[in-house]
Design a protein around this ligand. Structure first.
Ligand SMILES: Cc1ncc(C[n+]2csc(CCOP(=O)(O)OP(=O)(O)O)c2C)c(N)n1
Length: 1038
């Protein structure tokens, strides 16, 4: 490979040592670290006629030729041109033509060798170099884009310029730029010459910078690349594996003149900025000492969101579901969702009384639902902002789940009608693992919402923490790269650039139905909240911020200078909006009561009365006719499609199911089938999601059959039950709890007419979803007057499997129940059980029979309101021969049994009973076995508490009264500081007015939920059974 530096140098033969020295001196430091060292032999040194002093002569000729090619003989002209074009040694020179008459025509005929014999290698080399250069901009141009409005920080946390980019627009001054250019071209990374800047190069098909042109001079190529990639927009997309998608993005950002706005669009943008800015100013004026997490420094967020919504509406979307953190939330409610301003302002009035029960929530957490006309597209649009806890990013999967449900219920299989927008803070987006979990749901068939537009309010700070201390990735958005989402970084002080990327983001979503990220690089004008002093920790940044002109002012000045608006028009726009705020403020003073229900993000029209009350306070029987039970049982034990080969082991399972049906009995799996199948018949959609739920972790469910001969051919018998049944969705989830549980909670928010269940692989794994449980499921209704009927299936039981996989931590759920352990409710109240359910924050059950499990699932839907339902589900009981229920327990008229009383010999002669044991769940079977073995069926009664919360005070009182001579004891297999004891004991004592002690038979307190040693496990079990049946066990304590 041959490269010219200067022709003069080339003409002078270099020694090997000179060559190396010159080269290394001229190469930039960065370039030295990579790229192959080019072989720098001077080809002309090999020219046959060049030797000794003749080279000096030629050098002079060369300089003369450089100044004026006509000043030298034509033959020299041809020679220099050929060498310049890289002709190999010996070929550049052509003998001078004879000066005889007629020779002129020969001179005229002499053509430079480059034309007659083009130096293909050189041409190819240079084109490849230019292609590499283009690609370097596409890949790394964003690193030098001017993204920080303050001009002091590097959005990618790196102030260096990539070594393969020639940029004048970065932080470099012109002199530095020239040096870079020299290093990268003159013998540098690309091996191009400065004179190549004016050479015309063909453009590869992977760029659109040419517009209509297919070739451009190198200088223009660089200029256009800088325009596309190194201004106020940094585009990160070259990691995307799909060529069509990459081409689409290149076209959007490279095509010359692509970022044009009409005057009308500019005026709309200005008006939106006026609203955004003046809203915050108004709040600041009126409530200067109130926290509101204002948007100052990122006012452009409002026009940005509106642009995304306008463009999506234009593309057919009519429902947008949003999730966002605290920053700018009130502004979004006011100016994007258009909540009445007076409703927002009255939230600042600390004297207003709350109209609704429950805790309520602070104003910057509340949700909203609003249907209106989109003024730009003149189409109907519904906007919903999901209420969220303070826990940053926790609402992400919830929004996705709700979006999926809304799409599902309106048959929007491709996400063309319903979409979600998620807003993030930069620190939270980078730091919270749930962001990653949520991204990983984005392309899974049963979880995809066909693309979310993510908008990051990247104010380059998280509370008081600098980005350099907050993340290890260059950008806060890098997590999005895992799903091949393009990322558009944009300087928020350039509102037109922001609008452009938002338009492209919305178009991307509607074209490819995949996630996309808009990173609004901005700043935070105040402290973390309005009361906070940022100078403590970011003094220099805030000195700069104090000097920073607000974006509204900058943009208004620009438009005035362009003649798009004049100053009076601009001022008029401001006073118009200020007046709107003032009037709303006046009206807000008329509000006497705060209604959280006005802030509901997911109304369920028709489910409640107009006052938001349940339509009744009763629950019908949850039983079914024998025909229905038999029909479901038969489908559950068959393969309802032709030519479908199932696994031999599964055939045996189905056969056993068939036999159970013939014998009018159900096991756990069949009971679940009966509940699901019957609800589907009644038009209730059922969605069961979680890890490996299709088969079931314990291989008991088998809701999806797999053809053993045809790859990926499956059959879901549950969808073959009834002619017009509701659909059944059963889906194995990604290996996530936080993300998936949040998603299912969101799914359940959309409609009360669906049974949405999430099953943990083992119950203890729910703790990685604790945030969803603690912040949404447990207090959701109290905070946001929003009901939710999600069901959690949590496999639980001490079975010698070790500290993990044993406990679903019932104590935690029970500790969070809102019923009072010390107050006996009015047991005579009509519909006591239903009222109790209505008042509770969630229902916690541990069923000991399949029949009761069947009933509680059906009750969940037949209740006239919705409550979360936590079910501790069995493992070994799934196959326990005694854990079966007869059809008789499931026929019309039957109900879920909150308490299953003793029904054996002890119940026949209750006066003889010495001990009444209370228990829940699987330990019942150990107790009955032990009681039988000890022949104590007359002396010990065993009562099962199936519904732990709300606590069945009424039924338990009856039980206690029935056995007047019995000691009371609570028996559990869990350790004493775990399980149910701490919850049950005070409530049992309250039930009996503390007339008797309630003893404990169970494992000692422990740090771990269970032993890892099988023998210890069995010893502990035996010990607790010994205590339960030793009638003298508590004598010494009384
Ligand atoms: C999960 C979680 N951890 C900690 C906090 C406390 N906190 C509230 S705001 C905040 C900083 C958030 O920074 P960023 O995401 O950049 O958003 P910004 O406030 O800058 O808009 C923190 C740490 C929280 N709300 N949630």
């Amino acid at each position: 490979m041959f490269h010219l530096r200067t022709c003069a140098a080339k003409l002078r033969p270099l020694t090997a040592s000179q060559t190396v020295k010159t080269f290394s001196q001229n190469r930039p430091a960065a370039a030295r670290t990579f790229g192959q060292i080019r072989c720098y032999t001077a080809p002309v040194a090999a020219e046959p006629f060049l030797s000794g002093t003749s080279s000096n002569y030629v050098e002079e000729m060369y300089y003369a030729w450089l100044e004026n090619p006509k000043s030298v003989h034509k033959s020299w002209d041809i020679f220099f041109r050929n060498t310049n074009a890289g002709a190999p040694p010996g070929t550049a020179y052509q003998s001078p033509l004879p000066l005889s008459p007629g020779s002129l025509s020969a001179v005229a005929r002499a053509r430079p060798l480059v034309e007659a014999q083009p130096n293909v290698d050189k041409l190819v080399e240079d084109h490849l170099a230019v292609q590499s250069l283009i690609r370097a901009y596409q890949i790394r141009g964003h690193h030098v884009a001017q993204l920080d409005p303050l001009g002091i920080l590097d959005a990618d946390l790196d102030s260096s310029v990539p070594a393969d980019i020639i940029s004048s627009t970065d932080k470099l001054d012109l002199a530095v730029f020239k040096e870079r250019l020299r290093m990268l071209t003159v013998g540098g990374f690309y091996g191009l010459d400065e004179s190549d800047l004016d050479k015309v190069f063909h453009l590869p098909t992977t760029t659109f910078i040419g517009g209509q042109e297919s070739a451009l001079p190198l200088r223009e190529i660089i200029r256009r690349l800088e325009m596309a990639y190194c201004q106020h927009i940094g585009v990160e997309f070259m990691f995307i594996n799909d060529l069509e998608q990459c081409q689409w993005i290149r076209q959007k950002f490279e095509t010359p003149g692509v970022m044009q706005f009409t005057n009308e669009e500019k005026r709309t943008l200005l008006a939106r900025l006026v609203r955004s800015t003046r809203f915050e100013e108004f709040l600041q004026r009126k409530w200067s000492s109130e926290k509101r997490f204002g948007l100052e420094g990122c006012e452009v967020l409002i026009p940005a969101l509106k642009t995304i919504i306008d463009k999506s509406s234009e593309n057919g979307v009519d429902y947008v579901i949003m999730g966002m953190p605290h920053r700018g939330r009130l502004n979004v409610l006011a100016n994007v969702i258009r909540k009445e301003l007076e409703q927002i302002f009255c939230q600042f009035d600390s004297k207003l009384e709350a109209a609704d029960e429950g805790s309520g929530d602070v104003k910057y957490h509340l949700g909203m639902y609003h249907r209106r006309i989109n003024r730009v597209t003149d189409r109907n649009i519904t906007l919903s902002l999901v209420a969220n806890p303070s826990h940053l990013e926790a609402a992400d999967p919830v929004v996705m789940g709700k979006t999926k449900a809304e799409q599902f219920y309106c048959g929007d299989t491709e996400g063309k009608k319903v979409m979600s927008i998620l807003l993030h803070g930069d620190a939270a987006f980078a730091g919270q693992g749930i962001v990653y979990e949520t991204f990983h749901l984005s392309d899974l068939p049963s979880y995809t919402t066909h693309g979310t537009v993510h908008v990051v309010v990247n104010n380059q700070i998280g509370f008081t923490t600098d980005p350099r201390m907050a993340r290890s990735s260059p950008y806060p958005t890098d997590v999005a790269r895992v799903v091949n989402a393009p990322i558009f970084h944009v300087n928020s002080d350039d509102p037109e650039a922001v609008m452009y990327v938002c338009k492209v983001a919305a178009e991307w979503r509607s074209t490819f139905h995949k996630d996309v990220v808009v990173d609004l690089v901005c700043y935070r004008r105040n402290g973390h909240n309005e009361m906070d002093e940022p100078m403590f920790t970011q003094p220099l940044m805030y000195k700069q911020i104090r000097k920073q002109k607000p974006v509204l002012q900058k943009y208004a000045e620009l438009l005035v200078s362009q003649g798009v608006v004049n100053q009076p028009e601009y001022e008029e726009e401001i006073s118009k909006y200020d007046k709107i705020c003032e009037e709303a403020f006046t009206r807000s003073k008329d509000e006497k009561i705060l209604h959280i229900k006005h802030w509901l993000d997911s109304p369920w029209p028709g489910f409640f009365t107009l006052d938001g009350q349940p339509r009744s306070m009763t629950c019908p029987s949850t039983g079914l006719t024998e025909d229905i039970l038999t029909h479901i049982g038969n489908v559950a034990s068959s393969v309802p499609v032709e030519d479908f080969t199932i696994h031999g082991g599964l055939s045996r399972i189905l056969k056993t199911r068939g036999e159970l049906v013939k014998n009018r009995t159900v096991d756990w799996a069949l009971a679940e089938y009966m509940a699901f199948g019957s609800l589907l018949k009644e038009g209730i959609h059922i969605r069961l999601s979680g890890q490996d739920v299709e088969r079931g972790t314990f291989s008991h469910r088998h809701h999806v059959l797999h053809d053993q001969n045809v790859d990926k051919r499956t059959c879901i018998p549950m969808n073959h039950l009834w002619p017009n049944q509701a659909p059944y969705t059963v889906c194995n989830s990604s290996l996530s709890e936080y993300g998936v549980l949040g998603f299912e909670l969101g799914f359940a928010m959309a409609s009360p007419n669906a049974l949405v269940l999430w099953e943990a692989q083992f119950g203890d794994f729910h703790n990685t979803a604790q945030c969803i449980i603690d912040q949404f499921i447990c207090p959701g209704q109290a905070k946001w007057v929003r009901q939710n009927g999600i069901v959690l299936l949590l496999p639980h039981g001490m079975e010698g499997m070790g500290p993990e996989h044993s406990s679903a931590r019932p104590e935690r759920f029970l500790q969070m129940c809102n019923d009072d352990p010390d107050v006996l409710p009015d047991l005579k109240e009509a519909n006591f059980d239903i009222n109790q359910l209505y008042d509770c924050n969630w229902v916690v059950v541990n069923c000991s029979t399949p029949g009761n499990f069947f009933h509680v699932l059906r009750r969940q839907i037949l209740l006239p309101f919705r409550k979360p339902l936590i079910i501790f589900t069995p493992k070994s009981l799934l196959r326990h021969p005694e854990a079966r229920s007869n059809f008789d327990e499931m026929l019309p008229g039957t109900h879920f049994q909150r308490v299953i009383p003793e029904d054996g010999p002890a119940a026949q002669n209750p006066g003889n009973v010495k001990r009444l044991l209370f228990c829940t769940g699987k330990v019942y079977y150990d107790l009955t076995r032990e009681r039988k073995a000890r022949d104590m069926v007359e002396q010990v009664a065993i009562t099962r508490i199936e519904q732990l919360s709300p606590f069945p005070f009424d039924l338990l009182l009856q039980e206690v009264q029935k056995y007047p001579n019995a000691e009371l004891a609570w028996c559990q297999e869990e350790h004493k500081n775990q399980g149910y004891y701490d919850y049950v004991k005070p409530r049992l004592r309250t039930t009996i007015s503390r007339a008797k002690p309630v003893w404990y038979a169970g494992r000692d307190p422990a740090a771990a939920p269970a032993t890892g040693n099988k023998k210890t496990h069995l010893t502990e079990l035996q010990r607790l059974l010994d205590t339960a049946f030793d009638l003298d066990a508590f004598k010494n304590f009384s």
